[in-house]
Design a protein around this ligand. Structure first.
Ligand code: ZN
Ligand code: ZN
Ligand code: ZN
Length: 154
């Protein structure tokens, strides 16, 4: 589903990140801001080397390590999520509230939507508790077709 006010999504995401950084006394540097904005360009997961390419158009000295360090910062603070099945990154719509999310990924248009649902978290906790399994991270990615792409198939 294409987003109706994506400029609004970008502005909000940058404002939220800016606010969280000042609350936590972290530096929201131009580089961090630029990369977060690039990730938010679309609701489509972005790969690290594509981000490097984009960054190098304005910052010729940017190196892969520059991008990876910045992605680490953004991940650690919850501003982005890693989409493991695609080895790519997507902006988080609610960094202060998302502990774990699951994703619906359209394999036609690559649009991704994220959802949090306490029912899923508690189902996972029941399973891991039963197995005395210590969770480090949870990845739930559901591949398929978004409503719009599914209609094209009909
Ligand atoms: Zn949007
Ligand atoms: Zn999120
Ligand atoms: Zn789609």
């Amino acid at each position: 589903m294409p987003c109706k006010d994506h400029e609004g999504c970008i502005t909000t995401a940058l404002e939220v990140a800016d606010r969280i950084c000042s609350e936590k006394q972290l530096k929201f540097t131009k580089l961090r801001k630029d990369i977060l904005r690039m990730i938010w360009e679309e609701h489509v997961p972005q790969k690290a080397y594509d981000l490097l390419d984009k960054l190098q158009t304005t910052n010729h000295s940017a190196k892969p390590a520059t991008v990876y360090r910045t992605l680490d910062f953004l991940l650690k603070n919850g501003f982005i999520h890693k989409v493991s099945s695609l080895n790519a990154f997507v902006g988080c719509s609610d960094p202060s509230n998302h502990e774990e999310c699951y994703f619906l990924i359209c394999d036609s248009c690559n649009e991704i939507s994220e959802y949090c649902d306490p029912a899923i978290s508690s189902a996972i906790r029941t399973i891991t508790d039963k197995n005395q399994f210590m969770v480090l991270s949870t990845t739930l990615e559901i591949a398929g077709k978004c409503n719009e792409c599914a209609q094209v198939l009909d």
